[in-house]
Design a protein around this ligand. Structure first.
Ligand code: PLP
Ligand SMILES: N[C@@H](CCOP(=O)(O)O)C(=O)O
Length: 529
């Protein structure tokens, strides 16, 4: 059965859209143009099926019963000229060093980081309005693979991968939550938003990068490249995402976890998803060192963000934020930082949108660290003089208990180029901030508490104004960190006042006792109104 226009919009190749929109590819600035209307192409590689009548019945049945969404995508495969390759990160413009994304390489010849470089000239053949409309046309659909918030930006992520090789859980498209009460009550802010990247398939933002990495591994295995399994060191979330995506694709995953340093919920995720789990008696930095050594000896592909493929997926959260604001740019974006890939991913997403004309500026970035694991903060405070790794201390924000971040150079680049700021949060500050946010209806993780603490501090110092549009990136689901909330609300944390604790009231099982307690509670509430 032929697809209806509303679904076909997601299949259109950029070339086709350009052909359709107008000769110079610049639709009127105000129009939300519908590229479908002008379909005239007869190229079988790019031509969608002929329009079907617009009845609700047709919307329900866009493909025949024996076809699934992958088959449907195959039918609509479109040719294009976009490409990407690895280059040394922040390379000298005269450098010619580059690698195909089908090579297994994590470091440049000089031992530095790599970056995925897109053919920007090819992407620039289409204007900002074109890209905005294309991305907008794909939101909220089940069209493979564009129903994913990551793959809806496929041309900017992994343009050359066959849709058939993609391993996706339709990640992304996460809630951008207006923190109305929290902003008003605690910060005097009217335009505060929380990007809930943790409300996702495996409960953290790592899904965004992992769909890209595991899809590429899927492709490499089909190309008979020597990849027997995929491995990572993790403080919990990376291993959860890796094991889930690998399990979905039938690829072995191997995870190195620092023993007794991650939450039970995070530990059980890779176990349940069938990963080979090594619990190692060291911290995250020790595990990271080991996985780097192991992946250079064995045919195990490295899944940590040292591998720049991951950041291509993670950068789509930045694009999504702009999209959710109808392509208006927020003033501030605050991101909790650990291994420091994500802060660069956000920068890259925003920067690409500016370079390709979707927006005219980028937000100022803030990276927030726990005081007990704050090497970036110390580096920032020293005026970016000689970076020194630290021995990370225990923190409730256990997923960012990292002292020697692999992406330090990327983070410094992102912050310098976005007029950025680094802040830190003590244990008490981050736990109080988490409890305050929860008391207004959220249920955030301690890492988001770190980011909120940064916001408190920047509001207090007047750096962030009351009407500044500000986005706090929430990186993991609060349900992964319930023990920290239990400890806090029980008031059982040593040297912590737990000012916002809300412990349950023990009461006898008789009507009179329950009534007494309730009357007391209600009177108390009434007097505070
Ligand atoms: C929940 C959570 N928040 C924040 C981070 C920090 O991200 P990045 O390592 O990219 O700085 C991590 C992982 O490190 C994480 O798991
Ligand atoms: N918080 C991370 C730490 C590893 O970060 P990565 O982005 O380099 O994989 C985790 O969840 O393991």
């Amino acid at each position: 059965m032929a697809a209806s226009p509303i679904f076909r919009s997601s299949f259109l190749s950029p070339q086709l859209l350009q052909h359709h929109s107008s000769a110079n590819a610049k639709p009127p600035a105000t129009a939300h143009f519908n590229p479908i209307k002008a379909t005239t192409s007869s190229d079988p590689a790019t031509t969608p099926p002929s329009p079907a009548p617009q009845s609700s019945n047709h919307l329900k049945h866009r493909r025949s019963a024996d076809e699934n969404i992958r088959d449907e995508a195959r039918r609509h495969n479109a040719a294009h000229n976009f490409s990407a390759k690895y280059v040394p990160f922040n390379a000298d413009p005269t450098s010619t060093e580059s690698y195909s994304l089908d090579e297994i390489v994590y470091r440049s010849r000089s031992g530095g980081l790599l970056d995925v470089q897109h053919d920007m000239d090819a992407l620039k053949k289409f204007d900002g309005q074109y890209w905005r409309s294309l991305f907008d046309s794909r939101v909220g659909k089940t069209t493979w693979p564009y129903g994913s918030g990551v793959w809806s930006k496929k041309e900017w992520v992994l343009p050359e991968i066959d849709s058939d090789d993609i391993v996706s859980a339709f990640e992304g498209n996460s809630n951008l939550f207006w923190a109305e009460r929290f902003g008003k009550q605690f910060l005097g802010m009217s335009d505060l938003w929380v990007k809930h990247c943790g409300i996702s398939h495996t409960g953290s933002f790592k899904d965004l990068g992992m769909t890209v990495l595991v899809s590429q591994v899927n492709r490499l295995r089909k190309l008979n490249r020597p990849v027997v399994g995929v491995g990572c060191a993790s403080t919990g979330d990376t291993s959860a995402a890796l094991s889930a995506y690998c399990a979905a694709a039938g690829i072995p995953s191997i995870v190195f976890l620092p023993a007794n340093r991650i939450s039970i919920a995070q530990l059980v995720q890779p176990i349940a998803n069938g990963a080979f789990v090594l619990s190692i008696d060291t911290d995250f930095d020790g595990c990271m060192q080991l996985i780097r050594e192991v992946t250079s000896e064995l045919p195990i592909y490295l899944a940590n963000s040292l591998n720049s493929l991951r950041l291509e997926g993670q950068k789509t959260a930045a694009i999504e934020i702009l999209q959710q604001f109808d392509w208006e740019v927020p003033d501030w974006v605050i991101v909790p930082g650990g291994n420091l890939g994500n802060i660069y991913a956000f920068y890259k997403g925003f920067h690409m949108c500016k370079e390709l004309g979707l927006v005219d500026r980028i937000p100022r970035l803030v990276c927030a660290q726990a005081s007990n694991a704050n090497p970036l903060y110390l580096h920032y405070k020293s005026g970016w003089k000689d970076f020194k790794p630290v021995k990370a201390g225990t923190t409730f924000a256990s997923a960012i208990q990292i002292g020697d971040p692999v992406s330090i150079d990327r983070a410094v680049f992102a912050l310098k180029n976005s007029n950025g700021i680094v802040e830190e949060a003590t244990e008490e500050e981050l736990m109080d901030a988490m409890a305050q946010a929860d008391s207004t209806g959220m249920f955030i993780c301690p890492h988001t508490g770190v980011a909120l603490t940064a916001l408190f501090k920047l509001r207090q110092s007047g750096v962030i104004g009351p009407t500044d549009r500000t986005v706090v990136v929430s990186t993991a689901h609060g349900l992964k960190f319930t023990q920290s909330k239990v400890d806090y609300h029980s008031g059982e944390i040593k040297d912590m006042a737990c000012r916002f604790a809300n412990p349950p009231v023990q009461v006898k099982a008789d009507f009179g006792s329950v009534m007494d307690v309730l009357k007391n509670y209600l009177m108390n509430k009434e007097s505070k109104r």
